[in-house]
Design a protein around this ligand. Structure first.
Ligand SMILES: Nc1ncnc2c1ncn2[C@@H]1O[C@H](COP(=O)(O)OP(=O)(O)OP(=O)(O)O)[C@@H](O)[C@H]1O
Ligand SMILES: [Mg+2]
Length: 379
């Protein structure tokens, strides 16, 4: 969107913004329709062969009628093979849009991946590919098979009119058509047992509404596992459940990860949830990564004032506090992000440099990175 389009006599010109953004959408959509990508355009090389996924400066925008929302604004992080990565941050910071970009399920036509890449190492030593450039028919072969997704609310993904056994069986059949009916059924029951469902045989004959919320989420996990994925993306998999069931589901995910040797990208707004299962933590704020590191880096030596605030708002057993800390203020308007650090207005540890441009990365160690102006030599 041009600067002239944004203002008219110093005021926002909404009509011009809507027009400019519709033109922008058309540009991306036409380019997609015209273009028939050849493999050489999406084949790539991983930066590090230990990684399964490498997000590299990913930018995903929504071109709305009132302005452009930079939902994901230059996000980079890796998912090493066999590890659990937690992506945390407040509501609206771009966690889901990051994972939807990976699955290529960003809601179009407003939502578009406008820059950066998501490198993915295909299974069985295949070629590495850039998921952002992959044609639709190719991504369909990967989605649900090599990369599986578990959503927050299982009822949105389970079909209410089919029995559990049929739905699970169908998922298995689509990807393993060579299996006989009996073999599919056997695998269905085995999967339900693997996710801790007692009476698995009987459950195959139940409809989704006959199960409890926790059981439905277990069925969703069984479905994700049905296809031996390399990566499981779990977007707030436990927020719809009560606390004891939440812990059980997280335990289950952790156990299964080791069994099937997959990586997990776990999305949550609650740092407390991931303390025990994440190997790496990525903290997002307003569309950007503001700190990342191993779980020890983040829990034992949090550096960004926002991360420190998030940790301060987790209740700890045995520590008596008058009131849980809550971070004052709100996230800036996503359509008009400042040029400075986005957290500045809410930060209680600002230094003089914070009036300057958005901070560069500070590498505190090989694994620990933070985007902040504080003086970390004195920590
Ligand atoms: N379809 C859409 N159209 C316009 N804006 C959108 C759309 N989907 C998401 N956004 C915007 O993108 C930003 C990031 O949203 P996202 O859903 O990734 O947040 P989140 O971190 O997953 O939050 P939550 O914890 O609430 O799930 C938000 O500002 C949101 O309003
Ligand atoms: Mg979300």
């Amino acid at each position: 969107m041009s600067e002239q389009a944004k203002t008219k006599n110093g005021k926002l010109d909404l009509r011009a913004i809507a027009k400019a953004n519709r033109a922008e959408i058309k540009k991306y959509e036409t380019a997609k329709k015209k273009h028939h990508a050849s493999p050489s355009e999406y084949q790539t090389k991983m930066r590090d062969s230990n990684n399964l996924i490498e997000f590299d400066n990913l930018q995903t925008y929504f071109f709305t009628d009132i302005g452009t929302v930079k939902a994901v604004n230059g996000v980079s992080f890796d998912i090493p093979r066999g590890s659990t990565i937690a992506v945390v941050g407040e509501s609206g910071c771009g966690k889901s849009v990051t994972s939807l970009s990976l699955m290529r399920l960003v809601q179009g036509p407003q939502g578009q991946i406008v820059g950066g890449s998501i490198r993915y190492q295909q299974s069985s030593g295949g070629q590495a590919i850039d998921l952002t450039k992959l044609p639709d028919e190719e991504i369909r072969k990967i989605r649900g098979k090599e990369i599986a997704m578990i959503f927050q609310e299982p009822m949105t993904s389970l079909n209410p009119v089919f029995r559990i056994g049929k739905q699970l069986g169908e998922a298995i059949h689509i990807h393993l058509p060579e299996l006989s009916k009996e073999e599919v059924h056997k695998r269905t029951v085995a999967l339900l047992e693997m996710v801790g469902i007692a009476r698995a045989e009987g459950i195959t004959k139940s409809y989704p509404h006959e199960l409890s919320g926790g059981m439905r989420q277990r069925v969703m996990i069984a479905m994700a596992l049905a296809l031996d994925p390399q990566l499981i993306v779990a977007d707030e998999p436990t927020t719809a459940l009560d606390v004891t069931i939440q812990a059980q589901i997280l335990d289950l995910l952790r156990e299964l990860k080791d069994k099937i040797n997959a990586s997990i990208m776990l999305i949550t707004h609650d740092l407390g949830v991931v303390a025990e299962m994440a190997d790496y933590v990525v903290v997002m704020y307003a569309g950007r990564v503001i700190e990342q590191g191993t779980a020890e880096d983040i829990y034992d030596r949090p550096a960004h004032p926002y991360t420190i605030g998030l940790l301060g708002s987790i209740p700890v057993i045995g520590r008596k506090v008058e009131e849980l800390y809550s971070i004052p203020g709100n996230v800036p308007n996503p359509i008009h992000m400042p040029d400075t650090c986005y957290f500045k207005e809410r930060c209680e540890r600002c230094v003089a440099a914070c009036d300057g441009n958005y901070p560069d990365v500070v590498e505190l160690s090989d694994t620990h990175k933070v985007w902040c102006y504080r003086d970390f030599s004195k920590r």
